[in-house]
Ligand binder design. Sequence first.
Ligand SMILES: [Zn+2]
Length: 308
Amino acid sequence: MRRRIALIGSFATDWIRYNDYEYKESESGEIYIVPTAEAVFSMYNPFDVAEDLLIDLMRIGEQAIKAEGQATKRYNEELKNTILIFAKKYGLLGFISASVYNRNIIGDDSVMFIENNHIGKEKIMDGTKYVNLFIPLAEEGEIVIGEYKNSVYLGKSEDSPKFYGKRPVVMDLIFSRFYSEQVKWIIDFAKMIVSHFNQLLMYRNSSNYLVENVTIMAGQFHAEKIGFTINQLDKTTIAWQFDSLKTTIETIYAFAVTDEKILLNRCNHCGNVFIANSNREKYCNPACRNRANVKKSRSKKADQLEER
Ligand SMILES: [Zn+2]
């Protein structure tokens, strides 16, 4: 049986992914991930792949944590590859929208950062400077921002989706082939989710001793711009409007760790995060359970041999 997180409602607006991404260095020496020149986009609903999306994101965080203490480059190469695969599967995270309080962003004089964003330590930044952080690789004329009859428009020299004011203008930019994100922002976010989960597991395992409600890593989640509509087809449903894939992942994570039927857990053998049907399920798959059992019986035999 496929394990599904109980997500109420649907994702109102699809997210974009390109079929190919590459790493590029900006003039300022930062490593960006960006769709390749020939990349083709497709739209998908993140809620349809919620479980894989969350677990794949957490894999980035785990690999990043593992790579930190390593002198060899092998772990970093592995990590870079994992991020590339993630981008091809789900697209970029939409940091330009998720990191500030502003709604449209494009055309704003300045932007105000949310706390604990993954971009930097500044609180306020010039609007143009901010937008340029996300299109450092675009050539002259590929993205044009202008004003027309008191409203801001964004022109792009390609045929990616446009929302004509139905969604914040910044979405037109995020869905463009010229939109890019720094690899370190993605890694930082993935590591935050993993650390949050590690703390959560620690508290979960000692919950018998907790006498008060504990907020785990306060101030990390800023889903300030989630909207929704109520839709009618055969039944009435909520359709969530997220401002970014990042906020979507945070929401999926929150649902996953609070779900009463399924449980986000860590495999007792390989350490991978997986979705368990109950607290008793300790291994991510039958192979891990078998290997763990073999290991157990081997160490038992070793103990017996020593005793002789
Ligand atoms: Zn396992």
